[in-house]
Design a protein around this ligand. Structure first.
Ligand code: ATP
Ligand code: MG
Length: 424
């Protein structure tokens, strides 16, 4: 019996792998343009990192972590999200002492034991940015603008940005008390989980996927968050900055982020055509996380985007539409010439030309068929005759033309002709 990939995980190859690569190239370029440097953290982390950051009462920690004990008895998890590891790395490498504002970005696999369905996987991939070391609302604006820009360049349009402020910790305590009071008369109608949430972390009720809970929690609610003067001003500046940057947003939707570390600005980005799993990116400010993980008291803000959902929602962009035919196939006329043919192919590759050849002694006819099937742009037949004459004939399969070039300048000439069409 052949084995299959685990449910909720996928193999990536061919066209899908190429689109993935184009997406990563796009987001890396945009991140660097805004001054964000890449950080790669390990996939394995101590479980305690997420208990202390994401929060013990959250769905991620309670139900979704892939957790195991290693041989030394340590609790290990496959990381479910990227922010906590980035903050751990920021502190471990003393970036708090060396850079004023650390602007970091990441991309890689995340793991959550969820019920697999369209747009929801157990191993999925995110990219994200984190700006650590500032409380300025202008950093919130920069991060949200970058989020929108990245999605647009990846071909995700139109999008809707939901924006709200959850206030500071004091505001959250007041808001929680009010929400609890509002929900109290309906307690029996809420699901069992929400009844527990009411006591432990009442904002989670807003997140419940149960229709009855949603209806009760959201009824006549403009916003569950009461803001102090400073938080109101912070939020006003964020809205002003986004308006100036021409990023459309909707601040009338009631939502709360499902992780404990958020304060003040939070946002979610939704894309059309994704059905129930329409959130492509989400993020916000987390002004206490650095301190809670043992660092100084500094503000921070970031977001994470789901790559699979982006690729489901994306329209084709220029970046991921490679030319129809690419590279050159060097067909070998006599089996004894493999050594020289291999050297020529290496020369082409050194010159930046995608080059292919046969290594299995196929007939010339079979090689030409293969060149066509592989989608090669050009094919050149290399044999005794070419060696003797010192020239080689190159046939352009796209245009149906052919021309002869000297063997000694073969690689350089083809590089000139074909390199702009080589997307490798
Ligand atoms: P959802 O409400 O869809 O469960 P979330 O609030 O758990 O999302 P975050 O933790 O904020 O999501 O992660 C940010 C983004 O990562 C999401 O907007 C989504 O695009 C993507 N994402 C989260 N969980 C998954 C998953 N299991 N499979 C695929 N993508 C995911
Ligand atoms: Mg989730």
């Amino acid at each position: 019996m052949t084995l299959q990939a685990l449910r909720g995980t996928t193999d990536l190859f061919g066209e899908a792998a190429r689109r993935w690569w184009a997406l990563e190239r796009t987001i890396r370029r945009l991140a660097r343009l805004s001054g964000y440097e890449e950080v790669r953290t390990p996939i394995l982390e101590e479980a305690a990192l997420f208990l202390r950051s994401v929060g013990e009462t959250t769905d991620i920690v309670q139900k979704e972590m892939f957790q195991f004990e290693d041989r030394g008895g340590h609790q290990i998890v496959l990381r479910p999200e990227g922010t906590a590891p980035i903050v751990r790395a920021y502190l471990e490498h003393h970036l708090d002492k060396t850079i004023g504002l650390a602007k970091l970005f990441y991309t890689g696999p995340m793991f959550r034991a969820e019920r697999p369905q369209a747009g929801r996987y157990r191993q999925f991939h995110q990219y994200g940015v984190e700006a650590i070391g500032s409380s300025s609302p202008w950093v919130d604006v920069e991060v949200i603008v970058l989020c929108q820009q990245m999605l647009r360049h990846c071909g995700v349009e139109p999008i809707r940005v939901w924006l709200t402020s959850m206030g500071c910790r004091d505001d959250q305590a007041r808001s929680a008390a009010q929400l609890r009071q509002r929900l109290a008369p309906h307690r029996d109608q809420l699901c069992k989980e929400c009844q527990a949430r009411m006591d432990k972390n009442v904002f989670r009720v807003l997140d419940c996927k149960h229709p009855t809970c949603r209806a009760i929690a959201w009824k006549d609610l403009h916003t569950p968050f009461v803001l102090c003067q400073a938080c109101r001003e912070h939020f006003d500046t964020v809205r002003r900055g986004l308006t100036a940057a021409q990023v459309g947003f909707d601040d009338t939707q009631v939502f709360a982020r499902g992780l404990d570390y958020y304060t003040r600005t939070v946002f979610e980005v939704r894309a059309e055509g994704l059905g129930a799993q329409d959130a492509v990116a989400a993020g916000g400010r987390y002004d206490h996380l650095v301190e809670e993980l043992g660092g100084p008291s500094v503000g921070a803000v970031g977001f994470a985007a789901g790559i699979e959902r982006i690729l489901l929602a994306a329209h084709p962009t220029v970046a991921d539409t490679p030319p129809s035919r690419q590279g050159v196939y060097l067909a070998i006329a006599q089996p004894g010439l493999v050594d020289q043919a291999f050297a020529l192919v290496q020369q082409l590759r050194h010159n930046g030309v995608l080059a292919r050849m046969d290594s299995d002694g196929k007939s010339l006819k079979a090689q030409l068929r293969e060149a066509d099937k592989m989608g090669c742009r050009a094919v050149a037949v290399f044999g005794e005759q070419e060696l003797q004459q010192g020239t080689i004939n190159v046939k352009d399969l796209e245009r149906g033309t052919q021309h002869t070039i000297p063997l000694e300048s073969f690689a350089a000439a083809l590089a000139k002709e074909l390199k702009p069409t080589c997307h490798v």
